[in-house]
Ligand binder design. Structure first.
Ligand code: AMP
Length: 282
C-alpha cells in the first residue's frame, strides 16, 4: 500500500492509473477503522481496479468540540488493517492539504430540508462540514465510485445531493451496515463504550427491529412512542427516534402502506452519541 500525505502527489498517482484505463474506487473515513470500514474497502476492491482510502478527522463536521477532541485515533493500526485488506492507496492528509486556505469562507451547499431534519436539527452545520470535506476529497481523488455506509443514512442522501449539485462524475454506492454479533452497528465511537454499555447498546437495533416487525398501514405514533419509551427506560438519552420517508426523510405519521420507510435513531449512552437506522419496507 502506498501512503500519500500530499494531495497533488496523490492526484498525480491516481491520474496515471486512470490514464491506463483503470477504474478508481474511493472510501473516505475518519479512521479508528473497524469491520464496517473494511467491508466498504472490500466492496471497492472487488468492483474497481484501484482502491483509495482516506483517513482524515474533519474538524468542520464536528458541531461539538468535545466530540472532536475525543475522536479515537489509531492510525498505525488502521494502516495495518488496510494493508492486510489489500487496499492499494491510503491518503493521509493533514488539515492544510484539505483546507489550504483555512476553514473560514468555505463553500456552503443548498441541502434543502436534509439539513433541517434529524441529524441536521441536532448537529447544526454538520452536513455542511461533511459536504466541504467530501467535495474536496472527490476533487482530489476523482474516483469513478464512492463507497459509503448505510449506517449513516442521512449522510448518504446528503452526499448524493452534493454529487448532483456539483455535477460530479462519480457514482455513490451505498453499502449495508455491518453489526456486532449482538446487533450493535459498528462505529468508531463504540471504542468509547464500556463492556456493559456495548451490551446495552444492542437495544437500539432491537427497538428498530421491533418497529419493523410491528409495522402496519395507519398511524405510526404508537410504535414510535413505544420505542422511545424502551430506549429511555434502558438509560438512553434520546435525540430522536423517527419513522421517515426513506427518500426524503420527512417524518411519516400516517402510513399509506406503500411509501418506503426508514426508522432512524440517535441516542446517548453515557457521553457517547450513537446513531442507527433500519429500512422498514418488506
Ligand atoms: P466514518 O469513519 O465513521 O466517517 O465512516 C466512514 C465510512 O464508513 C462512512 O461511509 C460510514 O457510513 C461507513 N461506516 C461506518 N460504520 C459502518 C458500519 N457499521 N457498516 C458499514 N459502513 C459503515
Amino acid at each position: 500500500m502506498i501512503i500519500f500525505k500530499d494531495a497533488a502527489v496523490l492526484a498525480n498517482h491516481v491520474d496515471r492509473h486512470r490514464a491506463a484505463g483503470e477504474t478508481i474506487g474511493f472510501v473516505p473515513t475518519m479512521g479508528a477503522l473497524h469491520a464496517g470500514h473494511l467491508k466498504l474497502a472490500g466492496i471497492s476492491l472487488a468492483k474497481t481496479d484501484l482502491t483509495v482510502c482516506s483517513i482524515f478527522v474533519n474538524p468542520t463536521q464536528f458541531n461539538d468540540p468535545k466530540d472532536y477532541a475525543k475522536y479515537p485515533i489509531t492510525v498505525e493500526h488502521d494502516i495495518q488493517l488496510l494493508e492486510r485488506a489489500g487496499v492499494q492507496v491510503l491518503f493521509l492528509p493533514d488539515r492544510g492539504q484539505i483546507y489550504p486556505d483555512g476553514v473560514e469562507g468555505l463553500p456552503r451547499y443548498d441541502l434543502g430540508r436534509l439539513e433541517e431534519l434529524l441529524e441536521g436539527e441536532y448537529r447544526p452545520g454538520h452536513f455542511q462540514g461533511v459536504c466541504q470535506v467530501v467535495h474536496r476529497l472527490l476533487l482530489i481523488v476523482r474516483p469513478d465510485y464512492l463507497f459509503m455506509g448505510r449506517k449513516d443514512y442521512q449522510q448518504c442522501l446528503v452526499c448524493q445531493r452534493l454529487i448532483e449539485l456539483e455535477q460530479l462524475p462519480v457514482t455513490l454506492e451505498v453499502c449495508d451496515t455491518i453489526r456486532e454479533a449482538n446487533g450493535l452497528a459498528m462505529s468508531s465511537r463504540n471504542m468509547r463504550l464500556s463492556e456493559n454499555e456495548r451490551e446495552k447498546a444492542a437495544v437500539i437495533h432491537q427497538v428498530l427491529q421491533g418497529i419493523r416487525s410491528g409495522l402496519g398501514a395507519g398511524k405510526l405514533s404508537g410504535p414510535r412512542e413505544a420505542g422511545l419509551q424502551t430506549l429511555r427506560s434502558e438509560g438512553f438519552r434520546t435525540d430522536y427516534l423517527e419513522i421517515c420517508d426513506a427518500r426524503t426523510l420527512e417524518p411519516v405519521t400516517d402510513w399509506d402502506g406503500h411509501t418506503p420507510l426508514v426508522a432512524l435513531v440517535a441516542a446517548f449512552l453515557g457521553e457517547v452519541r450513537l446513531i442507527d437506522n433500519l429500512g422498514l419496507h418488506p
